[in-house]
Design a protein. Structure first.
Length: 129
């Protein structure tokens, strides 16, 4: 079977109702950086944000039909408890930290368009599996 030359995931799109408001949330509240912000004309932009050093970015795509979806996206953090407290103090719509034996601690939060994300503690060595 012929293989493709696909080697990585670059960007995952997230539908947002207001790109500027979403950009401010991801950068100012979550601490992400803007990787790309291009004017597409007619008031449309292509915006990519990501945590500093991350390989994969999130594209904040404009949509009038935004109802808040479970993105299924798992972000990693080195200290879930500290990040949970920081985001809560910044007014983020956030759930309690969940803990189960043998599973990294995690919590969910919602962005300004009620899209759900997960933050999972990056346990030493997880990236080698």
């Amino acid at each position: 079977m012929n293989q493709t030359t696909i080697t990585d995931v670059r960007t995952v799109a997230i539908a947002v109702s207001d790109q500027q408001r979403a950009l401010e949330f991801y950068n100012d509240t979550l601490g992400f950086e803007t990787r790309l912000d291009a004017d597409l004309g007619n008031g449309m932009r292509w915006i990519e944000v990501a945590p500093p050093g991350a390989h994969v970015s999130l594209a904040l795509t404009h949509s009038e039909d935004v109802g808040g979806v479970d993105t299924g996206i798992r972000l990693t953090a080195t200290n879930v408890d500290a990040d949970h407290a920081t985001l809560r103090s910044r007014g983020v719509d956030i759930d309690d930290v969940l803990r189960w034996p043998g599973v990294p601690a995690m919590f969910t939060f919602r962005d300004v368009d009620h899209n759900t994300f997960y933050v999972v503690e990056d346990v030493q060595g997880d990236d080698e599996q």
